[in-house]
Structures are given as C-alpha cells and as structure tokens.
Design a protein around this ligand. Structure first.
Ligand SMILES: C[S@@+](CC[C@H](N)C(=O)[O-])C[C@H]1O[C@@H](n2cnc3c(N)ncnc32)[C@H](O)[C@@H]1O
Length: 414
C-alpha cells in the first residue's frame, strides 16, 4: 500500500494533544491516543450508536463518546487502567468534589505541619532510581494520609489517588516517553523529611494537582460510560451484547510493554507486588513482552487455526532467519500477536449487527529491516470475516527515520 510522502509526524494525533483537556489529561500515558482523532471518527457515527473500545486503556474513546452522549463501553485487561478509566469517566456530584477538596486540603495541612510516619514504600526494584529519599518520604506520607480515615472506594478518595499518581510521575526521575525508559541524573536526597530551601514545596505541588483534577471532575459527561475488566482475546466480559461502532487502538506488534510504563502506579496503588506478577499480566496482554512473558514465548507454539496467508508466513520466515540469536523468538512474537488479534476479531465480529463500523488504529513495525505490514494483515483478516467497505487511512508518521506509520483501518460488518 503506497503511503503519500506528505504524511508527517503529527503530535496532535498523539497523547500529547490530550494534556490540557480536563479529564483526558489527568494522567499522561504514552499508550493513549489523541482525543482529536477519536472526535473526528465520532463525528461520522450515527446518533444512538452503541460504541465499544475493546482495548480502552486510559478510556479516551469511552470518555469522548460519553461527552457526546453516546452509550459507550470500554474493555481493558489491566486492572490499574480499569481503575483509572472508571475514575476518569464517573459522574461526580458537587458533594463528591467538595469532599475531595476538603479532604485534600486537610491532609495537605497535616503534611505541612509535620509529616505522619510514612507508610511503606512499594517494592519497586531500585526504587531510589525513581525518587530520591525526600521525594519518596513525601510520597509515602501522602499515600498513607490519603488512606487515613476514609474507605478506599469513595469518589473523593479516588480523586485524591489520581492527584497522587500525578505527583508520582511529576517527582519521578524517569523519562517516561521513551521505549527504553531512562533515568535522569539528580543529586542524592537529604534523607530528611524536612524540606531544604532549594527543594520544591511538595505540598503546594499536591494542591496544584488537586485543583486541576477537581476542575475536570466538575465537567461530567452526560452519559457515563461503562468500563469492564476483561480480555479482548475472548471478549467474554461483553458476550451477549451488541455494538454499532468500534473505535479502538489495540497494542501494536512492536514489543512495547504497557506494564513497563505503568509499573510505578501499579506498585504504589497495590496492583503489583513483584516482577513475576508484572510478567504474568504482560503474557495475558496482546503483544506483551515483559519479563516472564519473553521466556514463555520461547515455549509457545503456533496454532493450526491461526491466520497465516502465504506472504505473512514468508515474512515470519524472513524474521526467523534474520538473526540466529533472537530471530526465532521475534518471529514467534509477531506470529503470536496476530493469532491473538485473529481470535479477538472473530469474537468481536459476533457482537456486531450488520452495518456496524469498526475503526482499528494500528501501527506497522519492522524486525531486522523486515517490514511487517500490519495494516494489510488487518485488512485481510477483516475481509476474511466478511467485512465490507474496508479502508486504510494513513494518519501519521511515527518515526522520523524509518517507514513507521499509524493507520486507521476501518470496515463495515456484512
Ligand atoms: C494502545 S493501548 C490503548 C490506549 C487507548 N486507546 C487510550 O487512549 O488510552 C492498548 C491497550 O490494550 C490493552 N490490552 C492489551 N491486551 C489486552 C487484552 N488481551 N484484552 C484487553 N485489553 C488489552 C493494554 O493494556 C492497553 O491499555
């Protein structure tokens, strides 16, 4: 498929566009796609349509759909993202916002007067690379204070935890928007709980986060989307329901692990307690590649029911033989990715009435200079499942040097 050379790296079609858009900007996560892109697609969706995102991540699609009054469902595997998506899409009454504001200001005062005994830091490997001692002490104290005196599941507590997550990242030493997450150099922490004169005022930073989050909480979508935890491979969590429109961005076959970026939040909020759990969850995720997920892949075998047209089988062979060391593993990685997506698409198809429209936002990838034409494979799988009016729109270039692009593959169910 020829790509016009006018296609550029459009930052407005990435998560960067969402930063100052109320709830959409609550937590800056690179897997999120652009509100602008989703809005453009939603403009083409007939009113009363039931919208589904089976890989809903940070809930960009359900939240956009909810603001436009569509009934919307988001399905997501990662329990932290389910929690975040529910927090972002929920309805907050004025009293919820008031309670969060009062509790936030109260705990800020308590922290300013004298920090309570810090609760334990989470068991993150080499945690001192993420936060220096002073930052860590503050985060521990803040996390402990949020949990004090109120149940975890009130809407006010949830909003405070969103503020906490924002501070976790604001204070972090890690450069997040990078595949091989790196750590900035910082001077060693003082080890004291008192602030040094040149250190930022953490309490004020927290209050700043609180103001921003509460402004978003006041802006309720007219329709509250439903966020469901489940696996898009089997779609069991939404079986028996029907949808008129799917707008989604599944993982790409590019070895980027969502767990990798989400680890700090997941450890702090208790969704992970060791690396083994992270690897197990990534093995469940489509395209996962973290820790134990990689060693399990070496034992994985292709299914006779997979989707392997001849050109795909040939490029899997090319990857396999491109490197003696990792070629076989990466070839299986790509094969497993498409077996999973094939399973997903078959189950997805069963939930769609005739004339439902689907949009899959996906990116291509390369392994040892072998280009995997991801968009072509999606087209061929959709065709095989009886979809009509299949279109491929190139959205943006993902990389200045290589031929990596993002596409919207859309189709109508037959
Ligand atoms: C590209 S991200 C989607 C981001 C989303 N569009 C947003 O704006 O936040 C892909 C998502 O798919 C989720 N995922 C991966 N495997 C899954 C599976 N088997 N079932 C459901 N969700 C899965 C990942 O956890 C990740 O959140």
């Amino acid at each position: 498929m020829a790509i016009p050379n006018t296609v550029s790296q459009r930052a407005d079609y990435t998560f960067k566009f969402n930063r100052h858009l109320g709830r959409h900007g609550w937590l800056r996560l690179t897997p999120a796609y652009s509100v602008k892109l989703v809005e453009e697609i939603l403009q083409t969706v007939p009113p009363e349509s039931r919208v589904l995102d089976p890989f809903s991540g940070t809930a960009t699609t359900p939240l956009c759909a909810g603001y436009r009054g569509f009934s919307a469902v988001g399905l997501e595997l990662n329990p932290f993202l389910v929690w975040l998506a529910q927090a972002k899409t929920d309805h907050y009454r004025a009293s919820d916002v008031h309670d969060a504001s009062a509790a936030g200001r109260d705990l800020a005062e308590r922290l300013r007067r004298g920090r309570p005994t810090p609760s334990c830091a989470p068991p993150i490997h080499n945690i001192e690379r993420w936060w220096d001692e002073t930052e860590l002490a503050f985060l521990c104290a803040l996390k402990g204070a949020i949990g004090q005196g109120q149940p975890d599941d009130t809407k006010a507590t949830r909003l405070l935890l969103v503020c906490f997550c924002r501070l976790v990242i604001k204070l972090s030493n890690a450069a997040f928007n990078h595949q091989s997450m790196s750590f900035k150099q910082k001077s060693a922490g003082s080890g004291q709980l008192q602030l040094l004169p040149d250190e930022p005022d953490f309490v004020s930073l927290f209050k700043g986060e609180l103001d921003e989050v509460l402004a978003g909480a006041r802006d309720n979508p007219p329709t509250v989307p439903e966020i469901v935890q489940g696996n898009a491979r089997d779609m069991a969590a939404v079986r028996g329901r029907t949808f008129d429109c799917v707008i989604t961005s599944p993982p790409y076959p590019n070895r980027i692990s969502y767990i990798r970026e989400l680890r700090p939040y997941m450890y702090w909020l208790g969704y992970l307690s060791n690396g083994r759990e992270a690897g197990d969850l990534d093995w469940e995720a489509i395209g996962g590649t973290w820790g134990v997920a990689t060693s399990r892949l070496s034992e994985w075998e292709r299914s006779p029911d997979g989707f392997y047209p001849p050109y795909f089988a040939a490029l899997l062979e090319a990857i396999r033989h491109a490197s003696e060391k990792n070629g076989p593993l990466l070839s299986d990685y790509v094969a497993r990715y498409f077996e999973d997506i094939w399973l997903h698409l078959q189950r997805m198809r069963a939930l769609l009435p005739t004339d439902a429209r689907v949009h899959y936002i996906i990116g291509n990838s390369t392994f040892y200079d072998v280009l995997v034409p991801v968009e072509r494979l999606y087209v061929d799988m959709l065709r095989e499942l009886g979809f009509r009016h299949i279109e491929v729109r190139t959205i943006r270039k993902r990389n200045s040097k290589r031929a990596l692009y993002e596409f919207d593959v859309s189709a109508t169910s037959g």
